[in-house]
Design a protein around this ligand. Structure first.
Ligand SMILES: Cc1ncc(COP(=O)(O)O)c(C=O)c1O
Length: 312
């Protein structure tokens, strides 16, 4: 699927970095919808299911050898999902700089410049798991330029929308930037965390096309893949999600609450500046602190210093 075939923080700004989340007022905007004519969306079994269906689509209509670039590090299950989808061309790009505890934007761009046309590049839309570090808006712009220059296919994994800044709209920045640029791309959307509906398995896969012509064909093929895998997804959670998502106050309260809780917690003081989301690397805590904090404060860090809000 090249553009022609379908039609084809670390550092954020000062206001985004504020320790208090945006107030959840009745004027909170619903994030801009994706452009209807250019997008084929199917309900999926949460974020994991959306990733799997998207990768099945890539394997079926591109090839098994399609290179899929993952950030290093990334959510551990990405590799399993890619392998089980039958894709053999897994590669990684540099993402995190341990010295600065932030996004290694130069390394990331350098690695993506080496990717061949038609390669898939998996990007965490916001609140990168496990580092909690996201590119700044200016850095996202640079990533987009490389994606366009190399004719890559971005696949956004949006598992924590609302958790980085507390605002659904603000956290959609990267995805909206790429959509507006008119590139072919995929988006997996999870509502498990931001709606607190983990066991509802509510999610969506969107294939955004550069032009409207292939949209119906893409939708029909996605339905075919789903039909052979599990016929159709359950409807109940999706109905709740649809109701919430189309109301002005939306789900901001959920993300805002968690985001606020994390930042109020003493453990966040050890985190790398600019870390966002449900998980993050506790930048300046070494392994001895991990053990120490467990005993003293019952803080359950991963061995690499990864902290998750669920563990607080
Ligand atoms: C980065 C990332 N993507 C996707 C998922 C999967 O989300 P879901 O629980 O909606 O399947 C997770 C879950 O932990 C995640 O961290």
């Amino acid at each position: 699927m090249t553009r022609n075939t379908i039609t084809s923080t670390s550092r954020r700004t000062e206001s985004q970095r504020s320790t208090s989340c945006p107030q959840n007022s009745s004027s909170e905007k619903i994030p801009r919808p994706l452009p209807k004519k250019r997008v084929a969306t199917v309900q999926a079994l949460s974020g994991t299911g959306a990733l799997r269906v998207g990768l099945e689509f890539i394997r079926t209509f591109l090839s098994e050898q399609t290179p899929v670039y993952l950030p290093d590090p990334t959510w551990a299950n990405h590799k399993n999902i890619i392998r089980r989808a039958g894709l053999s061309g897994m590669k990684s790009y540099r993402y995190f700089n341990k010295k600065t505890n932030g996004v290694d934007i130069d390394g990331m761009l350098e690695d993506l410049r080496q990717a061949s046309a038609g390669s898939v590049v998996l990007l965490h839309g916001c609140a990168h798991n496990p580092t909690g570090s996201d590119p700044s808006p200016e850095e996202w712009q640079k990533v987009l330029e490389v994606v366009k220059a190399q004719n890559l296919i971005p696949f956004f994994d949006n598992a924590y929308q609302g958790f980085a800044s507390g605002s659904l709209e603000q956290d959609a920045y990267s995805v909206q930037l790429f959509v507006e640029a008119g590139v072919d791309m995929l988006i997996s959307q999870s509502y498990a965390k931001n709606m607190g509906m983990y066991s509802g398995r509510v999610g969506a896969l969107s294939v955004v096309c550069a032009t409207p012509e292939p949209v119906e064909a893409v939708r029909s093929q996605l339905k075919g893949i789903i039909r052979a895998m599990y016929s159709n997804p359950p409807v109940h959670g999706a109905k709740v999600a649809a109701k919430i998502m189309t109301r002005p106050r939306g789900i901001c309260g959920v993300g805002e609450g968690t985001c606020h809780h994390v930042r109020q917690n003493p453990a966040h003081e050890g985190a790398a500046e600019g870390d966002f989301g449900e998980a993050g690397y506790a930048g300046n805590l070494g392994p001895h602190y991990v053990a120490d904090w467990y005993v003293q404060f019952h803080r359950h860090f991963g061995q690499a210093g990864r902290l998750h809000s669920g563990e607080l």
